[in-house]
Design a protein around this ligand. Structure first.
Ligand SMILES: Nc1ncnc2c1ncn2[C@@H]1O[C@H](COP(=O)(O)OP(=O)(O)OP(=O)(O)O)[C@@H](O)[C@H]1O
Ligand SMILES: Cc1ncc(CO)c(N)n1
Ligand SMILES: [Mg+2]
Length: 542
């Protein structure tokens, strides 16, 4: 039955909560006859938290509008931008400032606020008192949930971004409207008529005096506090002081920390956080980003930008490996077998450790008998071991286990989840391998975004029941038909590994073994021998 969209008064609303995006409004439609037909024409209307930044552009992209965009993106929040000034800036300092005319700032504000549902406004560089008035006028017409004021005046390089004439506008007009104001020590001092702010005690006094000017809360940032081994900020809500302390990251790349912090606070508020939680999350984000970027080199001046879009998802074990996937990782591919471990009375972790010590270059956990919890525990333990060796860990079949333990990837058979779906779930960086017996399957794996192909069984094997043997010819056919790297599998061991490598096709990168390693009394020497055989075979092929 045909469906049409009906006026909102006739919609059925169901609230679904979603931890990342707050509340979603689920809109079910009605068909021509007025009957709900949610199953055929369901449509989500998802409200994405929205921060509008009103700030200056930094050509070096470490601070200002550019930092705000990146910080909001990193925090999963939409960010629109009203540009108040364009600066010529780099890691040496500010070379020039060109202020956008007030009527054009007003035009930008109207365009965004009249059309897009902004939750929180964050201000940065506001280079004139009239501009502050323009902003307040717009906010009275289009109110928002919260206002975060970063009273940008002096950059950490010491350059003036908003002259003394703007201080009155900030102090008298903007601060009383702010839900939080976030000065650094120099800005706190300037807002308070030159008061000395050089110790944590001074920061507390300054926070209290600034609170008297009308903002609901104050955060005095101590990034530029002299002689401090910690990065200390003081938060004051009118009643209590909170000393927020993190260790100071030893890096030159601190340009834009203030803008980033304020944008993160705005982003968390837009998601619905209370103020103190938003501030804590933001401080933690800045510290993590600084630490992640401490050694990057951009520009030759004294203060560099940092990387906002750090791979926060990436966990420490991934840093052991230079890249997401290197085809040479397929060289000696060890696939675990719960049956043989039971038979020889050893744990999966001991088996994996021995294989790695003997030279295995990648591990696949294939646990057909384990229950989900047991499998997950084994995967976590093996991941730690693989991490020590800088070797990737793949999970056979189970995307959920790979996601839950943040393994390096998965290996999928033809009847498992399609690689395309797995790729959508796992994202671009995880390794996906697919078992293929034919050029058609190999082609599909490539289209679906797999990283490698497992081709076999090359020889008959007991490890996999009813598995068709493709032989060396079948292996060669698949290799030649595909652009992907290939690992051969099925009945391969010390006696025949070199025959396999000798087929001499450049994308055949290694052999995968199960019984040849794990159905042996001692795994380590078998692994060493197999590694030597493979090394010898590839030398000969060259
Ligand atoms: N080296 C550092 N290690 C850890 N945290 C830091 C470091 N430098 C600054 N911070 C933190 O970054 C946030 C911003 O503080 P900062 O005082 O640098 O602001 P700002 O001077 O306005 O920044 P900018 O002018 O560079 O944009 C604060 O939470 C501060 O504690
Ligand atoms: C445009 C701009 N805004 C803010 C700062 C403060 O870091 C800066 N350096 N540049
Ligand atoms: Mg600073």
């Amino acid at each position: 039955m045909a469906c049409s969209i009906v006026p909102s008064s006739l919609f059925f609303f169901h609230k679904l909560t979603n931890s990342r995006y707050g509340t979603r409004t689920f809109v079910a439609m009605q068909d021509d006859c007025g009957a709900a037909s949610a199953t055929t024409t369901e449509q989500y209307k998802m409200k994405i938290p929205h921060v509008l930044t009103v700030a200056g552009s930094d050509s070096g992209a470490g601070a200002g509008i550019q930092a705000d965009l990146k910080a909001c993106a990193a925090r999963g929040v939409y960010c629109s931008t009203v540009i108040t000034a364009v600066t010529a800036q780099n890691t040496a300092g500010v070379q020039g400032v060109n202020i956008v005319p007030e009527d054009f700032v007003a035009a930008q504000l109207k365009s965004v606020l009249s059309d897009m549902q902004v939750d929180v406004v964050k201000t940065g560089m506001l280079p004139s008192t009239d501009l502050v008035k323009v902003l307040l006028q717009s906010l009275s017409e289009f109110p928002v949930r919260a206002l975060v004021v970063d009273p940008v005046m002096v950059s950490t390089s010491g350059d003036v971004l908003a002259g003394p004439s703007t201080i009155t506008g900030l102090r008298e007009n903007l601060l009383p409207m702010a839900d939080i104001v976030t000065p650094n020590v120099k800005e706190a001092s300037a807002l308070l008529g030159g008061m000395q702010v050089v110790t944590v005690a001074d920061m507390c006094s300054a926070a209290k005096l600034l609170h008297n000017l009308g903002p609901r809360t104050v955060l005095v940032k101590g990034g530029d506090l002299p002689d401090s081994s910690d990065a200390v900020d003081i938060f004051f809500d009118g009643e209590d002081f909170h000393e927020l302390r993190s260790s100071r990251v030893n890096t030159r790349n601190t340009h834009g920390t203030g803008c980033t912090l304020a944008s993160c606070i705005a982003a968390e508020l837009a998601k619905g956080s209370p103020m103190l939680s938003a501030v804590k999350v933001a401080k933690c984000f800045v510290e993590t980003a600084l630490d992640y970027s401490k050694d990057i080199v951009i520009g030759s001046g004294p203060q560099g930008p940092f990387d906002h879009l750090l791979r926060l998802k990436s966990t420490s074990h991934q840093s052991h490996r230079a890249e997401a996937f290197n085809p040479s990782d397929l060289f000696l591919y060890a696939v675990t077998d719960s049956g043989t471990n039971k038979k020889w009375g050893r744990s999966i972790t001991d088996a994996v450790k021995a294989a790695l010590e003997g030279g295995a270059t990648i591990i696949q956990l294939r646990e057909k008998d384990a229950d989900t919890r047991g499998f997950l525990e084994a995967a976590k333990a093996c991941l730690q071991i693989c991490c020590v060796h800088g070797v990737p860990l793949l999970i056979n079949d189970r995307i959920d286990i790979a996601l839950a333990c943040d393994a390096d990837g998965v290996h999928l058979g033809q009847s498992d989840m399609p690689a395309r779906t797995a790729r959508a779930l796992l994202g671009p960086d995880k390794i996906i391998g697919v078992s293929c017996k034919t050029p058609e399957e190999a082609h599909q794996a490539w289209i679906d975004g797999a990283n490698y192909i497992g081709c076999g069984g090359v020889y008959p094997t007991n490890t996999k029941a009813n598995n068709l043997t493709v032989g060396l010819d079948g292996l060669k056919t698949v290799c030649l038909a595909s652009k992907l790297p290939v690992v051969a599998i099925g009945g391969i061991g010390i006696s025949n590994a070199s025959d396999v490598m000798k087929i001499g096709v450049s994308n055949l990168k290694g052999v995968a073994v199960v019984s040849a390693l794990f159905d042996r009394e001692c795994i380590l020497p078998e692994s060493k021998k197999l590694h030597a055989v493979l090394m010898d075979a590839v030398q000969r092929v060259k």
